[in-house]
Design a protein around this ligand. Structure first.
Ligand code: ACO
Ligand code: PYR
Ligand code: MG
Length: 353
């Protein structure tokens, strides 16, 4: 293990100095597209201003014989597109695949100055992050990249979940972690074939009641992902990095997608993946705090003065802890409003009511 004194030193001569704080840039939706798919690629310039993050996906969902086309397509798109203040990320192939090394060599050398974050799939432990960390430093130095490219891990194996805390703290490059419910389900031998979301069989049932216990008993569907998501959120918060819900595969079920995203938002996640244009608006709505909630948070902060003591507002006790909860909401709202004029206006209007 490296000495804590060396944690923030570049891992290669000439590589940029690692960041001490993960920059909080809005990332309510990480919009996936296949850079080798001409129809999707053509939509990139019009989608870019509507999303916080555009991600050129090279891994699963890109067929084996299209891997190189996707990589080349991403280089071309990155070189020719003005992304404005929208972030450009990529998901490389998994580290044990025949493509990961060339993904990193090509992307950092060709478009390292355009890439904000590299998402690494199927991360099992700190050793995977250490490998990527050193290689990125060498490539950044070689390519003359001036700011460090950050790393995002997908939590999608049972081993990865067991090691989530060490993954979150493995490098100053760690930007965040996303839940990967499909591969994780396979890795754990869960018996769901869905990409995220609930399952009608995963439930609790009301106790027997009525005459002789024969009355119909209500059932309540439970959340298959709660444990993992909560554990991931804690690991991320403990290491000052950002947690995300991943993909919701039932594109047509926009209602359940919104529910899944909202559960993640309430639990501490800052965003989710959009796999299809219809999911962009859902993520934007869910991961932006409600104007009324923001106005309430301002009210509490205003009433709490220096943030200590206890006061009653509208019948609800407020104290040092609720002051901090409200600061979380206001801090997020301010960061989003700085990028989103519509939201800025909605928050200003709600504050005046
Ligand atoms: C478990 C995991 O690893 S999840 C992450 C990996 N998976 C992905 O990245 C999947 C990304 N999304 C997709 O591939 C597609 O959205 C699919 C296959 C799910 C559905 O695609 P389609 O059947 O073409 O959907 P649909 O017909 O509704 O698309 C409407 C239009 O939106 C386009 N479109 C669909 N998805 C996207 C996208 N993610 N980005 C940009 N454009 C898109 C289509 O090309 C189509 O364009 P057209 O109107 O010019 O024909
Ligand atoms: C997100 C992802 O890659 C998965 O669910 O497997
Ligand atoms: Mg996966």
């Amino acid at each position: 293990m490296r000495s804590p004194k060396d944690f923030f030193r570049p891992l290669a001569v000439g590589a940029p100095t690692p960041v001490r704080e993960v920059p909080f840039r809005p990332s309510r939706m990480i919009h996936f597209f296949d850079p080798g798919n001409a129809k999707m690629a053509a939509k990139v310039p019009s989608i870019a201003p509507t999303v916080d993050v555009l991600l050129g996906n090279l891994e699963d969902a890109v067929a084996a014989d299209r891997k190189e086309a996707a990589r080349t397509g991403l280089v071309e798109i990155a070189k020719t597109t003005d992304f404005g203040d929208t972030q450009l990320w990529t998901r490389i192939n998994s580290l044990d695949s025949p493509w990961a090394l060339d993904d990193l060599l090509t992307l950092v050398t060709e478009i390292g100055d355009k890439l904000d974050v590299i998402m690494v799939p199927k991360v099992e432990g700190a050793e995977d992050i250490h490998y990527v960390d050193r290689l990125l430093a060498q490539l950044e130095a070689k390519a003359g990249v001036r700011r460090p490219i950050l790393v995002h891990a997908i939590l999608e194996t049972a081993t990865g979940v067991a090691n989530v805390e060490e993954i979150a703290g493995a490098s100053p490059r760690m930007q965040g972690i996303s839940l990967g419910p499909a591969d994780l389900a396979a890795s754990r031998r869960m018996k769901t074939t869905r990409v995220g979301g609930g399952h009608p069989g995963y439930l609790v049932r009301e106790d027997p009641h009525g005459p002789d216990g024969t009355a119909p008993r209500a059932t309540f569907q439970q959340d298959l992902w709660h444990y993992t998501l909560a554990r991931m959120v804690d690991a991320c918060a403990a290491h000052g990095i950002l947690p995300y819900y991943g993909p919701f595969g039932d594109i047509k079920d926009t209602t359940a997608c919104e529910d899944q995203f909202r559960n993640a938002f309430l639990l501490g996640c800052v965003g989710a993946w959009s796999l299809h244009p219809v999911q962009i608006g859902i993520a934007k709505k869910v991961f932006s705090p409600e104007p009324a909630e923001v106005a309430w948070a301002h009210k509490v902060i205003g009433a709490m003065g220096d943030g200590t003591g206890a006061v009653m507002i509208d019948g609800k006790m407020q104290d040092d802890a609720t002051y901090k909860q409200c600061q979380v909401v206001v801090g997020l709202a301010d960061a989003l409003a700085a990028r989103d004029p519509e939201l800025r206006a909605a928050y200003a209007a709600a504050n005046e009511e």
